[in-house]
Design a protein around this ligand. Structure first.
Ligand code: SAM
Length: 468
């Protein structure tokens, strides 16, 4: 990685808390080039100016956040957690005389806070306010418009859809009554300010921590802990946990899902050896052991994937697999090697092996969008269309800029005869393919180049339009 790109990555981690591993280097480099070009300066000068604390850095960080954050969200995401909100949290809070304060931290385009507003209104909780913050100003503007496509409503029960949305062409417009229930604000969780003011009773910070650096996770979780009342509730995404991060919360498991409650003030000792303490101290121990071990070991060399990718490009798949197989075990366990291995397995027709490799990879790295997409391809080949859809959706939930899962969702929907879903997915793929990273097209494009994939989307959309 060039010195400038490394400095850019460090700034993004420091100012926005966002983590970018080497696998997303091309995305980072693309954004750096685009922003520098837009301002007519060279990349090193752009990074230098970004270091400043003034208005330039602030405006630019907003523009960068728009390009680099993953904004995938939808109404009524995670029904189990929402059942907890309805059946545990609302009855608990309704007993309180003071107004209920809820924070949606990382609210993206508003689907999460508006879902909470609907649930509160349906339970006639009038004295509640929802503060919804995100660093991505463009997403917040969408939230302001309260206008959504069918894809955002895919989990909304029909009766709720009927009550709270009006159809306007292809759009679903949220009932204007809800506007005042949600206060939208452009805020960076990595900075102070979000958590100031009166304490919150509930914080939803779902599918946000997974994109942050470990340091930013600790800072944000600590601020959430400080801002929650004792007994207040915290909901994270289902792939996220506080294990080894904080001891300020008691984990809860009801309704088939996990969530947390703020434990008593830090100074008041908790019952010794409660199961939460045992888990927390055990994971703390594992973490410090792992840290100590890492410090004692020589650093693991980043594997050089160049020769294997070269063989892959020349369609010498078996040779590429053999090359990866000859790597030292520590390098062979590198997520990028495992992903490339799984890609190669799909190309040699070893779909069972590919799924297995992806499963192992996801145990090491739950945020591998590529692994989910490969599993989706394997599931489709096995005739399991719903499994295919599920894994493609997980892939785009992790990385909303990933074009190929959308394209595949379009193909799967076409195969299932669902024209609307196919249209949505191909339209999304068409937009994303323009900016898709060339290496990802190479790895996941099934041997097709960008132009061919774009043409494929267009021809499907034209066919759907002709039939529709
Ligand atoms: C995948 S979305 C999650 C949306 C919603 N919470 C959900 O679960 O459906 C992640 C959101 O976190 C936001 N985000 C990431 N880093 C942030 C930061 N430092 N401050 C505020 N928001 C941030 C992104 O802009 C994005 O909109």
């Amino acid at each position: 990685m060039s010195h400038t790109l490394e400095a850019f990555r460090a700034l993004i981690a420091d100012r926005l808390g966002l983590a970018f591993d080497d696998g997303r280097r091309a995305t980072l480099a693309g954004v750096l080039d685009r922003r520098a070009n837009a301002l007519g300066v060279c990349a090193p000068e752009y990074v230098e100016r970004l270091r400043g604390a003034g208005g330039f850095a602030r405006t630019e960080l907003g523009a960068i956040a728009k390009d680099l954050t993953v904004g995938e969200t939808y109404f009524f995401r995670d029904h189990d957690q929402l059942r907890v909100f309805r059946e545990v949290v609302i009855p608990h809070l309704s007993r309180s005389a003071s107004p209920v304060r809820i924070l949606s931290a990382g609210c993206a385009s508003g689907e999460e806070p508006y879902t909470l507003a609907i649930l509160l209104r349906e339970r006639s909780v009038g004295n509640a306010s929802i503060r919804a913050v995100d660093v991505n100003g463009a997403a917040l503007q969408k939230a302001e418009r309260m206008r959504y496509g069918a894809w955002s409503l895919r989990e909304v029960p029909p009766d709720v859809r009927e009550r709270w949305f009006d159809r306007d062409g292809d759009d679903h417009v949220l009932c204007a009554d809800l506007r005042d229930s949600v206060q939208l604000e452009e805020r960076n969780l990595a900075e102070g300010g979000v958590f100031d003011g009166a304490p919150f009773h509930v914080v939803f910070c779902r599918n946000v921590l997974m994109y942050l650096t470990p340091e930013a996770v600790r800072v944000v979780v600590d601020r959430i802990a400080q801002s929650l009342v004792t007994g207040g509730y915290l909901f994270l995404g289902h792939a996220e946990s506080l294990r080894g991060v904080s001891q300020d919360f008691e984990p809860r498991h009801t309704h088939g899902t996990f969530y947390y409650q703020r434990s008593g003030a830090r100074t008041s000792p908790r019952a010794p050896d409660s199961w939460a303490d045992v888990i927390a101290s055990a994971s703390e121990r594992v973490r410090s052991l792992a840290d100590a071990q890492r410090a004692a070991e020589p650093p693991v060399r980043r594997p050089d994937l160049g020769p294997a990718i070269d063989l892959f490009e020349r369609e010498r798949f078996a040779d590429a697999i053999a090359l990866l197989g000859a790597l030292p075990p520590a390098e062979a366990r590198d997520p990028s090697v495992m992903l490339l291995h799984a890609v190669l397995q799909t190309h040699t027709g070893d779909l069972v092996g590919a799924e297995q490799t992806c499963g192992e990879l996801l145990r090491l790295d739950t945020t591998s969008a590529g692994a989910h997409h490969l599993i989706a391809l394997c599931r489709e080949a096995a005739g399991d269309l719903s499994g295919a859809r599920e894994h493609d959706r997980l892939a785009v939930g992790i990385d909303a800029s990933f074009a190929m899962p959308w394209l595949h969702l379009g193909l799967v929907a076409t195969r299932a005869g669902d024209g609307d879903a196919a249209n949505l997915a191909f339209s999304r793929a068409l937009v994303l393919l323009e900016g898709e990273d060339p290496t990802r097209i190479l790895l996941f494009g099934g041997g097709f180049r960008r132009d061919a994939l774009l043409a494929l989307c267009r021809s499907h959309l034209a066919r759907e339009a002709a039939h529709g």
